[in-house]
Design a protein around this ligand. Structure first.
Ligand SMILES: [Zn+2]
Ligand SMILES: [Zn+2]
Length: 181
């Protein structure tokens, strides 16, 4: 089995969900059966001549780790076999490991998809609100223009009234002057 083939697309870091096939990091299978990328792996100080130990960032167990790849021992490599029943392997053990991993992966994808849908709905709502606000703004602008015309009209009327009143006053004054003569 070659774990770099497409059928291993479900192999992911159980902590950050980075995908194995993207080859952005090394991947480990920990003894607790969690798959962890090298960026999430917490390596513990090595005891003299002891095996390298890791603290699982998912379940916090202190465990040993095996690098996922072609150099894995056969019993670990078998866990990634795409069709274990065809090769007479421990089908139940292998399938339950793979199903658990797939479940984690698809739950994460579902969460991402739900978040994406909610975001898109939020964007659509914000767009509608912006359109509505813009329309309100345009209507207010038109109303303001209308009011300006009305004000201008009122000012002109007032000015013409004032000038006719002042001319009326002067003619009345002239009449009075004439009577006094
Ligand atoms: Zn990771
Ligand atoms: Zn673990």
């Amino acid at each position: 089995m070659n774990p770099t083939e497409p059928y291993v697309h479900w192999i992911h870091c159980n902590k950050c969900y980075k995908l194995y096939i993207k080859k952005e990091a090394s991947f480990y299978l920990l003894a607790c059966k969690h798959v962890i990328c090298s960026l999430c792996a917490i390596e513990l100080p090595q005891s003299i001549n002891g095996p390298r130990a890791y603290k699982c960032p998912v379940c916090s167990q202190t465990t040993r780790a095996c690098v996922i790849g072609n150099t894995m021992p056969k019993n670990i490599k078998d866990l990634f076999h795409p069709q274990p029943y065809l090769d007479g392997l421990d089908n139940y053990k292998i399938m339950s490991f793979q199903q658990e991993q797939r479940k984690k992966f698809f739950e994460h994808m579902y969460k991402l998809e739900t978040r994406r849908t909610n975001l898109l709905q939020g964007i659509e709502l914000a767009k509608q609100k912006t359109r509505q606000l813009f329309q309100n703004f345009e209507e207010t602008k038109a109303e303001r223009r209308q009011l300006q015309y009305v004000c201008q009209g009122l000012r002109l009327n007032k000015d013409s009234c004032a000038s006719s009143t002042s001319s009326g006053y002067s003619s009345a004054a002239n009449d009075r002057n004439l009577n006094e003569l």
